[in-house]
Design a binder for this molecule. Structure first.
Ligand code: NDP
Length: 328
Protein backbone atom coordinates (compact mmCIF):
# COMPACT_ATOMS: atom_id res chain seq x y z
CA UNK A 1 0.00 0.00 0.00
CA UNK A 2 1.09 3.62 -0.54
CA UNK A 3 2.73 5.28 2.45
CA UNK A 4 0.53 7.87 4.14
CA UNK A 5 0.64 11.54 3.25
CA UNK A 6 1.05 13.72 6.32
CA UNK A 7 -1.57 16.45 6.63
CA UNK A 8 -1.38 19.09 9.37
CA UNK A 9 -4.50 21.08 10.28
CA UNK A 10 -4.22 24.03 12.66
CA UNK A 11 -7.23 25.27 14.60
CA UNK A 12 -8.35 21.66 14.39
CA UNK A 13 -10.98 22.02 17.13
CA UNK A 14 -12.66 25.00 15.46
CA UNK A 15 -15.75 25.14 13.27
CA UNK A 16 -13.91 24.86 9.96
CA UNK A 17 -11.69 22.13 11.37
CA UNK A 18 -14.76 20.13 12.33
CA UNK A 19 -16.12 20.39 8.81
CA UNK A 20 -12.73 19.65 7.23
CA UNK A 21 -11.15 16.75 9.10
CA UNK A 22 -13.76 14.12 8.30
CA UNK A 23 -13.57 14.89 4.61
CA UNK A 24 -9.78 14.67 4.63
CA UNK A 25 -9.88 11.37 6.51
CA UNK A 26 -12.46 9.95 4.10
CA UNK A 27 -10.18 10.56 1.11
CA UNK A 28 -11.73 13.67 -0.37
CA UNK A 29 -8.54 15.75 -0.08
CA UNK A 30 -6.05 13.42 -1.74
CA UNK A 31 -8.18 10.80 -3.44
CA UNK A 32 -9.35 7.26 -2.74
CA UNK A 33 -5.91 5.63 -3.09
CA UNK A 34 -3.96 7.81 -0.67
CA UNK A 35 -3.82 7.05 3.06
CA UNK A 36 -3.47 10.10 5.28
CA UNK A 37 -1.92 10.66 8.67
CA UNK A 38 -3.44 13.65 10.44
CA UNK A 39 -1.58 16.07 12.69
CA UNK A 40 -3.90 18.36 14.62
CA UNK A 41 -2.46 21.57 16.03
CA UNK A 42 -4.34 23.52 18.67
CA UNK A 43 -3.67 26.06 21.35
CA UNK A 44 -3.29 24.32 24.74
CA UNK A 45 -6.76 25.28 25.95
CA UNK A 46 -8.35 23.64 22.88
CA UNK A 47 -6.34 20.41 22.90
CA UNK A 48 -9.03 18.58 24.85
CA UNK A 49 -11.62 19.53 22.24
CA UNK A 50 -9.25 18.36 19.48
CA UNK A 51 -8.96 15.04 21.34
CA UNK A 52 -12.74 14.82 21.19
CA UNK A 53 -12.68 15.31 17.43
CA UNK A 54 -10.02 12.61 17.19
CA UNK A 55 -12.31 10.22 19.11
CA UNK A 56 -15.03 10.86 16.53
CA UNK A 57 -12.56 10.30 13.69
CA UNK A 58 -11.68 6.94 15.27
CA UNK A 59 -15.37 6.13 15.38
CA UNK A 60 -15.68 6.58 11.63
CA UNK A 61 -13.20 3.73 11.01
CA UNK A 62 -12.05 5.47 7.86
CA UNK A 63 -10.07 2.95 5.78
CA UNK A 64 -7.62 5.65 4.61
CA UNK A 65 -6.89 7.16 8.02
CA UNK A 66 -3.44 5.93 9.06
CA UNK A 67 -3.32 7.74 12.41
CA UNK A 68 -3.92 10.97 14.29
CA UNK A 69 -1.45 13.00 16.35
CA UNK A 70 -2.49 15.98 18.45
CA UNK A 71 -0.05 18.80 19.15
CA UNK A 72 0.15 22.13 20.91
CA UNK A 73 3.63 22.72 19.52
CA UNK A 74 4.07 23.93 15.93
CA UNK A 75 7.51 22.39 15.41
CA UNK A 76 6.13 18.96 16.21
CA UNK A 77 2.91 19.46 14.27
CA UNK A 78 4.70 20.38 11.02
CA UNK A 79 7.58 17.87 11.24
CA UNK A 80 7.55 15.86 8.03
CA UNK A 81 4.27 17.29 6.85
CA UNK A 82 3.30 17.26 3.17
CA UNK A 83 0.13 19.35 3.30
CA UNK A 84 -0.36 22.14 5.85
CA UNK A 85 -3.80 23.69 6.26
CA UNK A 86 -3.46 26.80 8.41
CA UNK A 87 -6.98 27.37 9.66
CA UNK A 88 -6.55 28.61 13.23
CA UNK A 89 -6.16 32.37 13.51
CA UNK A 90 -6.88 35.19 15.90
CA UNK A 91 -10.28 36.57 14.90
CA UNK A 92 -10.93 40.30 14.83
CA UNK A 93 -12.95 41.24 17.89
CA UNK A 94 -15.00 44.37 18.46
CA UNK A 95 -12.86 47.47 18.74
CA UNK A 96 -9.70 45.71 17.56
CA UNK A 97 -7.42 47.82 15.36
CA UNK A 98 -5.82 46.35 12.27
CA UNK A 99 -2.39 46.63 13.87
CA UNK A 100 -3.53 44.53 16.85
CA UNK A 101 -5.03 41.94 14.52
CA UNK A 102 -1.88 41.72 12.38
CA UNK A 103 0.28 41.61 15.44
CA UNK A 104 -1.72 38.77 17.04
CA UNK A 105 -1.62 36.82 13.78
CA UNK A 106 2.04 37.54 13.22
CA UNK A 107 2.62 35.78 16.53
CA UNK A 108 0.84 32.71 15.13
CA UNK A 109 1.89 32.61 11.46
CA UNK A 110 5.53 33.67 11.92
CA UNK A 111 6.36 30.75 14.22
CA UNK A 112 4.28 28.37 12.06
CA UNK A 113 6.23 29.45 8.95
CA UNK A 114 9.49 28.92 10.85
CA UNK A 115 8.34 25.46 11.95
CA UNK A 116 7.46 24.57 8.34
CA UNK A 117 10.88 25.84 7.28
CA UNK A 118 12.59 23.75 9.94
CA UNK A 119 10.90 20.44 9.51
CA UNK A 120 8.23 20.04 6.84
CA UNK A 121 8.67 17.57 3.98
CA UNK A 122 10.52 18.73 0.85
CA UNK A 123 7.28 18.78 -1.14
CA UNK A 124 5.22 20.69 1.47
CA UNK A 125 2.23 22.67 0.22
CA UNK A 126 0.68 25.27 2.48
CA UNK A 127 -2.82 26.71 2.36
CA UNK A 128 -3.71 29.58 4.69
CA UNK A 129 -7.42 29.84 5.53
CA UNK A 130 -7.26 31.85 8.75
CA UNK A 131 -7.83 35.57 8.25
CA UNK A 132 -6.42 37.94 7.18
CA UNK A 133 -5.43 35.00 4.96
CA UNK A 134 -3.31 36.73 2.31
CA UNK A 135 -1.18 38.59 4.81
CA UNK A 136 -0.96 35.62 7.16
CA UNK A 137 0.41 33.63 4.19
CA UNK A 138 2.86 36.47 3.48
CA UNK A 139 4.06 36.35 7.11
CA UNK A 140 4.43 32.55 7.08
CA UNK A 141 6.32 32.59 3.77
CA UNK A 142 8.66 35.31 5.04
CA UNK A 143 9.48 33.12 8.05
CA UNK A 144 10.33 30.17 5.78
CA UNK A 145 13.23 31.33 3.60
CA UNK A 146 14.25 27.81 2.58
CA UNK A 147 10.82 26.80 1.30
CA UNK A 148 10.06 27.85 -2.30
CA UNK A 149 7.67 30.79 -2.19
CA UNK A 150 5.21 29.12 -4.54
CA UNK A 151 4.37 26.57 -1.82
CA UNK A 152 2.59 29.25 0.23
CA UNK A 153 -0.97 30.03 -0.81
CA UNK A 154 -4.02 31.79 0.62
CA UNK A 155 -7.59 30.64 0.10
CA UNK A 156 -9.82 32.56 -2.29
CA UNK A 157 -11.45 29.41 -3.59
CA UNK A 158 -14.53 30.02 -1.45
CA UNK A 159 -14.97 33.43 -3.10
CA UNK A 160 -14.42 31.73 -6.47
CA UNK A 161 -17.00 29.04 -5.73
CA UNK A 162 -19.45 31.67 -4.50
CA UNK A 163 -19.00 33.56 -7.79
CA UNK A 164 -19.63 30.40 -9.81
CA UNK A 165 -22.73 29.70 -7.74
CA UNK A 166 -24.12 33.20 -8.25
CA UNK A 167 -23.50 33.10 -12.00
CA UNK A 168 -25.13 29.68 -12.30
CA UNK A 169 -28.18 30.88 -10.38
CA UNK A 170 -28.52 33.99 -12.51
CA UNK A 171 -28.14 32.22 -15.88
CA UNK A 172 -29.87 28.94 -15.03
CA UNK A 173 -26.79 27.09 -16.29
CA UNK A 174 -25.35 24.14 -14.37
CA UNK A 175 -22.14 25.02 -12.51
CA UNK A 176 -20.32 22.55 -14.75
CA UNK A 177 -21.00 24.87 -17.72
CA UNK A 178 -19.20 27.77 -16.06
CA UNK A 179 -15.50 28.41 -16.65
CA UNK A 180 -12.83 31.10 -16.26
CA UNK A 181 -14.28 33.03 -13.35
CA UNK A 182 -11.58 34.96 -11.47
CA UNK A 183 -11.16 36.42 -7.99
CA UNK A 184 -8.42 39.07 -7.89
CA UNK A 185 -6.68 40.67 -4.91
CA UNK A 186 -7.30 40.28 -1.21
CA UNK A 187 -9.69 37.85 0.49
CA UNK A 188 -11.64 40.75 1.94
CA UNK A 189 -14.49 43.03 0.95
CA UNK A 190 -12.15 44.73 -1.57
CA UNK A 191 -11.71 41.55 -3.63
CA UNK A 192 -12.67 41.75 -7.29
CA UNK A 193 -14.87 38.90 -8.56
CA UNK A 194 -14.37 39.16 -12.32
CA UNK A 195 -16.62 37.83 -15.10
CA UNK A 196 -14.81 39.57 -17.99
CA UNK A 197 -13.27 36.34 -19.27
CA UNK A 198 -15.82 33.93 -17.80
CA UNK A 199 -17.87 31.68 -20.04
CA UNK A 200 -21.25 29.98 -19.66
CA UNK A 201 -21.62 26.96 -21.92
CA UNK A 202 -18.72 28.34 -23.98
CA UNK A 203 -20.31 31.78 -24.50
CA UNK A 204 -19.02 34.96 -22.87
CA UNK A 205 -20.70 35.25 -19.46
CA UNK A 206 -21.27 39.00 -19.80
CA UNK A 207 -23.14 38.40 -23.07
CA UNK A 208 -25.27 35.64 -21.51
CA UNK A 209 -26.06 37.84 -18.51
CA UNK A 210 -26.60 40.89 -20.74
CA UNK A 211 -26.86 43.29 -17.81
CA UNK A 212 -23.77 45.18 -16.68
CA UNK A 213 -25.67 46.76 -13.81
CA UNK A 214 -26.37 43.30 -12.34
CA UNK A 215 -22.67 42.46 -12.45
CA UNK A 216 -21.65 45.72 -10.83
CA UNK A 217 -24.48 46.26 -8.33
CA UNK A 218 -25.54 42.74 -7.43
CA UNK A 219 -23.00 40.08 -8.42
CA UNK A 220 -19.82 41.75 -7.13
CA UNK A 221 -21.19 42.89 -3.75
CA UNK A 222 -23.04 39.60 -3.19
CA UNK A 223 -19.82 37.61 -3.63
CA UNK A 224 -17.65 40.06 -1.71
CA UNK A 225 -20.06 40.31 1.23
CA UNK A 226 -21.35 36.74 1.28
CA UNK A 227 -19.58 35.96 4.54
CA UNK A 228 -21.54 38.66 6.35
CA UNK A 229 -24.81 37.44 4.81
CA UNK A 230 -24.13 33.95 6.15
CA UNK A 231 -23.31 35.19 9.64
CA UNK A 232 -26.54 37.18 9.59
CA UNK A 233 -28.61 34.15 8.51
CA UNK A 234 -26.92 31.35 10.47
CA UNK A 235 -25.78 33.29 13.49
CA UNK A 236 -22.33 31.82 12.85
CA UNK A 237 -19.57 32.08 10.23
CA UNK A 238 -19.53 29.92 7.16
CA UNK A 239 -17.70 26.75 8.04
CA UNK A 240 -18.71 23.83 5.80
CA UNK A 241 -18.37 25.92 2.64
CA UNK A 242 -14.97 27.20 3.77
CA UNK A 243 -13.86 23.64 4.48
CA UNK A 244 -15.18 22.56 1.08
CA UNK A 245 -13.19 25.30 -0.62
CA UNK A 246 -10.02 24.26 1.21
CA UNK A 247 -10.56 20.72 -0.07
CA UNK A 248 -11.14 22.04 -3.61
CA UNK A 249 -8.00 24.20 -3.46
CA UNK A 250 -5.69 21.35 -2.50
CA UNK A 251 -7.40 18.87 -4.78
CA UNK A 252 -6.98 21.17 -7.78
CA UNK A 253 -3.38 21.93 -6.81
CA UNK A 254 -2.56 18.21 -6.69
CA UNK A 255 -4.73 17.00 -9.60
CA UNK A 256 -4.44 20.03 -11.91
CA UNK A 257 -7.02 22.28 -13.55
CA UNK A 258 -9.14 21.03 -16.47
CA UNK A 259 -7.94 22.04 -19.95
CA UNK A 260 -9.28 25.45 -20.93
CA UNK A 261 -10.30 26.43 -17.43
CA UNK A 262 -8.64 28.02 -14.43
CA UNK A 263 -9.40 28.67 -10.78
CA UNK A 264 -8.52 31.38 -8.25
CA UNK A 265 -5.91 31.22 -5.50
CA UNK A 266 -3.86 33.62 -3.44
CA UNK A 267 -0.26 33.06 -4.60
CA UNK A 268 2.97 34.99 -4.21
CA UNK A 269 3.01 37.56 -6.99
CA UNK A 270 5.78 37.49 -9.59
CA UNK A 271 4.74 40.98 -10.69
CA UNK A 272 2.05 39.78 -13.11
CA UNK A 273 -0.72 42.28 -13.88
CA UNK A 274 1.19 44.99 -12.03
CA UNK A 275 0.73 43.32 -8.63
CA UNK A 276 3.94 44.07 -6.69
CA UNK A 277 6.25 41.08 -6.49
CA UNK A 278 6.08 39.20 -3.21
CA UNK A 279 2.53 40.13 -2.23
CA UNK A 280 0.15 37.22 -1.73
CA UNK A 281 -2.69 38.15 -4.06
CA UNK A 282 -5.48 36.21 -5.71
CA UNK A 283 -5.04 35.59 -9.44
CA UNK A 284 -6.48 33.36 -12.13
CA UNK A 285 -4.30 30.26 -11.84
CA UNK A 286 -3.84 26.89 -13.44
CA UNK A 287 -2.11 23.89 -11.94
CA UNK A 288 -0.26 21.14 -13.78
CA UNK A 289 -0.56 18.97 -10.69
CA UNK A 290 2.73 20.28 -9.29
CA UNK A 291 2.70 24.06 -9.06
CA UNK A 292 0.32 26.93 -9.67
CA UNK A 293 0.87 29.17 -12.69
CA UNK A 294 -0.66 32.61 -13.02
CA UNK A 295 -2.71 32.81 -16.23
CA UNK A 296 -0.94 35.34 -18.44
CA UNK A 297 -2.05 37.82 -21.05
CA UNK A 298 -5.65 38.56 -20.02
CA UNK A 299 -6.88 41.92 -21.24
CA UNK A 300 -8.36 44.08 -18.48
CA UNK A 301 -10.78 46.94 -18.98
CA UNK A 302 -10.61 50.16 -16.95
CA UNK A 303 -13.19 49.02 -14.41
CA UNK A 304 -11.31 45.79 -13.74
CA UNK A 305 -7.98 47.61 -13.51
CA UNK A 306 -9.41 50.01 -10.93
CA UNK A 307 -10.92 47.22 -8.83
CA UNK A 308 -7.72 45.16 -8.88
CA UNK A 309 -5.60 48.19 -8.01
CA UNK A 310 -7.85 49.04 -5.05
CA UNK A 311 -7.62 45.54 -3.57
CA UNK A 312 -3.87 45.34 -4.19
CA UNK A 313 -3.50 48.70 -2.47
CA UNK A 314 -5.03 47.14 0.64
CA UNK A 315 -2.51 44.29 0.45
CA UNK A 316 0.33 46.82 0.14
CA UNK A 317 -0.98 48.60 3.24
CA UNK A 318 -1.16 45.33 5.17
CA UNK A 319 2.40 44.50 4.11
CA UNK A 320 3.59 47.92 5.28
CA UNK A 321 1.84 47.43 8.63
CA UNK A 322 3.40 43.99 9.03
CA UNK A 323 6.86 45.38 8.26
CA UNK A 324 6.35 48.30 10.63
CA UNK A 325 5.51 45.79 13.36
CA UNK A 326 8.67 43.84 12.50
CA UNK A 327 6.64 40.74 11.63
CA UNK A 328 8.25 40.12 8.24
P1 NDP B 1 -13.30 28.90 12.37
O1 NDP B 1 -12.83 27.51 12.30
O2 NDP B 1 -14.72 29.20 12.05
O3 NDP B 1 -12.39 29.86 11.46
C1 NDP B 1 -11.01 29.75 11.47
C2 NDP B 1 -10.40 30.84 10.62
O4 NDP B 1 -10.81 30.70 9.27
C3 NDP B 1 -10.79 32.26 11.05
O5 NDP B 1 -9.60 33.05 10.99
C4 NDP B 1 -11.76 32.67 9.98
O6 NDP B 1 -11.69 34.06 9.73
C5 NDP B 1 -11.15 31.97 8.81
N1 NDP B 1 -11.96 31.94 7.59
C6 NDP B 1 -11.47 32.11 6.35
N2 NDP B 1 -12.42 32.07 5.44
C7 NDP B 1 -13.56 31.88 6.10
C8 NDP B 1 -14.88 31.79 5.69
N3 NDP B 1 -15.24 31.91 4.44
N4 NDP B 1 -15.82 31.57 6.61
C9 NDP B 1 -15.48 31.48 7.88
N5 NDP B 1 -14.23 31.60 8.33
C10 NDP B 1 -13.28 31.80 7.46
O7 NDP B 1 -12.96 29.51 13.80
P2 NDP B 1 -13.17 28.92 15.26
O8 NDP B 1 -13.07 30.09 16.15
O9 NDP B 1 -14.32 27.98 15.31
O10 NDP B 1 -11.90 28.01 15.45
C11 NDP B 1 -10.61 28.50 15.42
C12 NDP B 1 -9.75 27.51 16.14
O11 NDP B 1 -8.40 27.85 15.92
C13 NDP B 1 -9.97 27.49 17.65
O12 NDP B 1 -10.14 26.14 18.04
C14 NDP B 1 -8.65 28.04 18.21
O13 NDP B 1 -8.29 27.43 19.40
C15 NDP B 1 -7.71 27.65 17.10
N6 NDP B 1 -6.46 28.37 16.99
C16 NDP B 1 -5.39 27.59 16.80
C17 NDP B 1 -4.15 28.11 16.66
C18 NDP B 1 -3.03 27.19 16.49
O14 NDP B 1 -3.24 26.04 16.07
N7 NDP B 1 -1.82 27.60 16.74
C19 NDP B 1 -3.94 29.56 16.70
C20 NDP B 1 -5.15 30.32 16.83
C21 NDP B 1 -6.37 29.74 16.96
P3 NDP B 1 -12.76 35.10 10.34
O15 NDP B 1 -12.53 35.07 11.81
O16 NDP B 1 -12.35 36.40 9.70
O17 NDP B 1 -14.10 34.62 9.93
Amino acid sequence: AASPVHVTVTGAAGQIGYALLFRIASGQLLGPDTPVRLHLLEVPQAVKAAEGVALELDDCAFPLLAGIDIHDDATEAFAGTNVALLVGARPRTAGMERGDLLSANGGIFGPQGAAINAGAAQDVRVLVVGNPANTNAFIAAAAAPDVPKDRFTAMTRLDHNRAVGQLAARTGAPVTDIARVTIWGNHSATQYPDLLHATVGGRPALEVVGDDAWVRDTFIPTVAKRGAQIIEARGASSAASAANAAIDHVRTWVDGTPAGDWTSAGVVSDGSYGVPEGLVSSFPVTSDGGAWQIVQGLELDGFSRGRIDASVEELVDEREAVRALGLA
